[in-house]
Design a protein around this ligand. Structure first.
Ligand SMILES: Nc1ncnc2c1ncn2[C@@H]1O[C@H](COP(=O)(O)OP(=O)(O)OP(=O)(O)O)[C@@H](O)[C@H]1O
Length: 577
């Protein structure tokens, strides 16, 4: 059995940004502008402190000219920052959402074309969560937190650079007094935050659920005199909810300690600054710059500490999504598909295939289906007919041997080229929620209404479709309003609209009444004179109209009767399992 890469539950978070780079590349111009504006906004914010320092110096020197200049610059800075902040936020959100949208589209496209084996080896829920939940979380991060993250990092970096330029010793004092205790408090808060807030939410949800049940079970509680016991249960849950809320409040209060640390850092700054001023090591304006800039420093650190959890969640989501994209991105096909003919022979040569390592569903199957031939495939239940159909359509790759269309291995064909040439109609036709027309339009050629009507008429189904309610009839949720046979008819019409070189029908008319099925099969025969038809069926009448019949048993070809190229109905009665 061919190895199928399995997605790990724990995403590989190493180098996640590097792995995301190829997905950012197409948006680099927009991202660069957005980042540039965001950085300019942060620079404007940080520049306030040095300008206040300039004003302080001017005041101390009684220099009116410099004071006016500083004030004018400060006013200009405030106005510029107002605009930059708004524009920066908009640009960053817009370009971030562009990236997320592209990732979402790629995830959906990759999943739609992922090898069947990949889909079968993963739980649908996990794939769905990666393609929708993780993307939604990334989108929320971009909308709510990305701008704060960029701005906090930039303000922190710029402020440290500016303050280092003014006085190293003062900066050191500030960092030593502020950073270590702030980090400790933040960790203390984060250690218990998830449990405390999660516990509060779940206790409140329990109270709400019991309360709702009280209303619905009111009569039963009164008549069975169960109210006292029910009230005791409600009281207990209520007390638990109050305890959980108090715990959450206590944990929340921990973060307030950061304000105390900020105050202490400011006191230390003033003390050290005053001492340095008396020793003429720094000027008064430098201390003022530090006092003003410390606000930026504290805010940036607080923002970053609050964003740690969000960044971790977004990082994990991004890594899980990238894992999915990496596992489902097809390797570049080797074949030069430009000169691949529209019609051609489909051939499988010495094909082995197994679903599990310990058993084979197909053994050394060699068959050729010339262009325009008609072949029936029969065999007992479990003999490998559906498996062969899926291999002939390239849904599975053989473990050994090859399946070729016009001499090119299917594994070397790009997905689109393959689907344009070979189409499978399975017994269970999948429809999407919407109208008949919307379902029939789900083929590569995107046929217009007239083309759809022509195909329906060509198959002799106009009356049937009118009875169904016409092309605008709603099929219900995933086709639930239609019978299995009606869904099959739509599946066949859709396949005809795709106009493939090879049409594989796997029990595709089994649920249709015999008269309609016979009409449809006859019409299919007439419509697609140059289309290779491979029909898997148990119904004798379906097989009896085909000039060639291949029989499978235990995954091997045990009989191959007829040429497949004749146009007359098969006279001889086919022996069926
Ligand atoms: N997804 C799968 N995973 C594991 N084994 C499978 C899977 N699909 C089919 N098999 C096994 O492969 C063998 C061939 O199955 P296949 O569906 O090709 O038979 P079939 O001839 O089409 O049967 P039927 O006439 O009932 O449709 C069977 O033994 C079946 O149990």
């Amino acid at each position: 059995m061919a190895e199928q890469p399995l997605l790990r539950e724990e995403a590989d978070e190493r180098g996640v940004l590097r792995r995301a780079l190829p997905h950012l590349r197409p948006h680099r111009a927009r991202l660069a502008v957005a980042l540039g504006v965001a950085l300019a906004d942060s620079a404007a914010l940080v520049a306030v402190a040095p300008l206040v320092g300039l004003a302080t110096d001017a005041l101390l020197d009684a220099d009116r000219g410099r004071l006016v200049l500083a004030v004018v610059l400060l006013a200009g800075l405030a106005a510029a920052q107002l605009v930059l902040a708004r524009v920066g936020e908009l640009l960053l959100i817009r370009s971030g959402e562009e990236v997320v949208r592209a990732l979402r589209e790629q995830a959906v496209e990759n999943l739609a074309t992922a090898p069947l084996r990949f889909l079968e080896t993963h739980r649908g829920g996990d794939l769905l969560r990666r393609a929708t939940g993780e993307v939604a979380e990334l989108a929320a991060f971009v909308r709510l937190h990305l701008r704060n993250l960029v701005s906090a990092l930039a303000v922190l970096g710029f402020t440290l650079a500016v303050l280092a330029g003014y006085s190293w010793p003062l900066l050191l004092v500030q960092l030593v007094v502020f950073l270590p205790p702030t980090l400790l408090v933040t960790r203390w808060f984060q250690r218990d935050a998830a449990a405390a807030f999660g516990g509060k939410a779940s206790a409140e949800a329990t109270v709400a659920a019991t309360f709702t049940e009280t209303l619905t079970a009111r009569e039963a509680l009164q008549t069975s005199r169960g109210l006292p016991g029910w009230t005791r249960r409600f009281d207990a849950e209520n007390r638990h909810a109050v305890r959980a809320a108090r715990r959450a409040l206590r944990v929340e209060n921990r973060i307030d300690l950061v304000s105390l640390i900020e105050g202490l850092a400011l006191v230390a700054l003033l003390g050290a600054g005053g001492w340095l001023v008396t020793r003429d090591a720094v000027g008064v304006a430098t201390v003022v710059v530090f006092v003003v800039a410390s606000r930026n420093l504290f805010d940036a650190c607080t923002d970053l500490s609050q964003l740690v959890g969000e960044v971790a969640t977004a990082r994990t989501g991004l890594a899980r999504l990238l894992d999915l994209l990496a596992a489902t991105t097809a390797a570049a096909p080797a074949a030069d598909v430009d000169d691949l003919p529209g019609r051609g022979e489909l051939r499988c040569a010495a094909v082995d295939f197994g679903y599990r390592a310990d058993g084979r569903a197909l053994h050394g199957v060699t068959l050729a289906f010339p262009a325009g031939s008609r072949t029936g495939v029969v065999g007992e239940t479990g003999s490998g007919k559906t498996t062969l159909a899926k291999l002939l359509c390239g849904l599975y790759a053989p473990d050994a041997g090859r399946v070729l269309f016009a001499g090119t291995p299917l594994t070397a064909l790009p997905e689109r080229q393959l689907r344009r040439r070979i189409v499978l109609v399975p017994q269970e036709v999948r429809l999407v929620t919407g109208t008949v027309a919307e379902n029939l339009a789900l083929v590569g050629s995107a046929p217009d209404r007239a083309a759809v009507e022509r195909a329906v008429a060509g198959l002799g189904l106009t009356g049937w479709l009118d009875a169904l309610g016409g092309l605008d009839a709603e099929v219900g949720q995933r086709g639930a309003r239609l019978s299995a046979g009606e869904r099959q008819i739509l599946g066949v019409v859709r396949a005809v609209l795709a106009d493939p070189a090879v049409l594989v029908l796997d029990e595709a008319t089994a649920d249709i009444d015999p008269a309609t099925a016979a009409r449809l099969e006859h019409a299919l025969d007439e419509l697609h004179a140059d289309c290779t038809l491979i029909v898997i069926a148990h119904r004798p009448a379906t097989i009896a109209r085909l000039p060639r019949v291949v029989r499978l048993a235990g995954g091997r070809v045990v009989a191959d009767e007829g040429s497949g190229t004749g146009r007359s109905l098969r006279e001889e009665k086919v022996r069926l399992a």
